[in-house]
Every structure is written in structure tokens, then in C-alpha cells.
Write a protein that binds this ligand. Sequence first.
Ligand code: FES
Ligand SMILES: [Fe+2]
Length: 353
Amino acid sequence: MTADETQTLNDIQHTTSTYITPATESALYHSLRDHWHPVMYARDLGDDRPAGVTLLDEPVVVARLGGKVAAFRDLCVHRGAALSLGWIENDRLRCAYHGWTYENSGRCVEVPARPDLPIPPGACLNSYKAVESGGLIWVCLGNPTFDVPRFSEFNDPNYRVMHGESYEWNTSAIRRIENFVDMAHFAWVHPNVLGSRDHPEVTDHEVWRDGRYLRFAHTVKEPSNGEIKEQLGIADPIFDVLNEYHLSMPLAIHVRRTFPTGDHYVLFMASSPISQKRSKTFYFIVRDYAPDERFDQSFQDFESLVLSQDKPIVESLRPEEIPMDLTKEMYIRTADAITVEYRRWLLELSKGY
Ligand code: FES
Ligand SMILES: [Fe+2]
């Protein structure tokens, strides 16, 4: 390795809970309030019960009220009960403690203990922006910088779309995303699954910005083992796969994989920041081949295997948040180009926070 192939290395702070988040990382975390994040699969949110979730350390209740998704701080303004313990009646959210009810706007419209008295004017929930899109419930705690990330295959009849099993990891949502787009780890973390140690090189590839997307494409040599690849009918033990990425800044990814047969495999994933050091990731497994439902389990098993290989590595990364001083870690030209561009853009987005 020559000197110009690396950038400066300072000591990586390989400590754990005593790690103090520097101001830049705090600014980055705070800036995430101004983006949409998924909090649950839309199919899991019923019409009769709200759901409690945590986003950016904030307890949030989401509910379908009057045909729309609503999100509020999960705290009744009367005595602070969790509204997620309540239920939905006539398109209104009723608190389980004393029965106060709230309409879609967050305004309290009923105080059952004294229906004859006027409702206090300040009886209004702290509400957040919420929307259902692409099979997910998205919430923004502040003012969204970009639109909700697009997942166009979700309603496309040419594709079979499966909900992946969502998972929580002890790492920041950004570290989770970085791992997903890390080209150099396939051969080492996923040998004979997504990569081959006989071909660990990361070849040159462009990384560019396109509107709100960080884009890149890369051809990898993949082993053809496993049922999901057997369905392609390719005889070669290793074949080229073209992976085309759209990273919706800051935390969602659409990757379209094209096999030599012309068949496609799409993953759409978004990692949601529960806190600075914990994330919940939602994803969809999409294909336009082997459409029979009997193959579904093999696709889920394949993704579960990949995730089980990534998890211990990613949860070991210290600090759990990425260091926003770029000199705190090392970067190799080409192999880490995506990470560098991603971090630079994140830094720009966090300016002013
Ligand atoms: S705490 Fe919600 S109604 Fe009293
Ligand atoms: Fe991985």
C-alpha cells in the first residue's frame, strides 16, 4: 500500500459505553429529525389499535385515524399515559387511562369525566408528519429535507414482493447502511454466498450524486450456490452480477441486481434510527423470476443467512456512530469510495445543526 492510497489514521476509539459522542456526530444525529424514517410495516398497523414505536429516542404512537396515518408523541397531555396503550374509536384515539380522545389533528375532542365542561384549549397532542408509502409507515419528527424514498416495485405486478423480517441491531442506522453498500466485505463476510475470496478485489466504479440519490453500480463475481440462484439455471460456478444502487439520502437503499440471464433481484431497505446506537431495519425482497410462492422461504433464508453473517461484525464496530471527522478512520481508494462520498454528503446535511 502506498502512502497516497491511504488517508490519515488517528486512533480509532475502540471503547464502548464510555465513548462520548463528539459534537459533529450529535449534529448528524439531530439532523436526522428532518428526514423521513420507517417505523413499521404498513400491513402491521390495524384500524382498531395504535402502535408504539421509538424514533430518534422519541416515543411515538402511530394510528390510522379518519383514513389517514397519524403520528404523535406517545404521551397523553392529561397525565402522561402512553397513548399506544389505548385504542381507536370512530376514527379517534382514546387514551386507556381516563378515556380522553383525540382526533387526527391531535386535538382533544372528549373528556368523559366532565363532558359538560369546555375542553382546555391546550389539550392537543404533539403531532408529527406521517405517511404510508411503499408498504411502510414513515414518520418525520421535523421538516423533511427530501420526499419519502421511492420503492416503485412495491405495487408492480411484474415483481413478486416479500416483506423481509425486520431486525434491530446495536449499531447506528448509518453504520448499518454503510455495511450494506460496502463492496470490499462481500468476499470476507459472505464467502461463497455473496463473494469469493478468490476474487476479493473491488474494481473501479463510479460514485455520483443524482438529485437526492447517491448512485453507484458495481459488477461482482458471485458463487451460484443456493436455491435462489439455482432457479436461474446458470451452470457456471461463479458468475458476474451487476448491482445498481440508489441510496436515498440518508438511510434508504434500492439495489437492483441483474443476473447474466437478464433476471432481476431487487432489495429495498431502510434503516430507522431508534437511538444513536440502535437501529431497526425494514426490507423487501423482490424478484422477477421464480415467481412461485414455494420459493419464498429460500429467498428469506438466503437474506437471513447474509444478515446473520453481517450482524456480529457490524455490532462490533466502534464507535457505534460513524466518526464525522473523516481522518478518524482509513479509506482505500476505489474500495471505500462509496463510504467516503456518503460521509461527505452526511456531513453537508448535518451542517447548521
Ligand atoms: S392520562 Fe390520558 S386520559 Fe388521563
Ligand atoms: Fe454484508
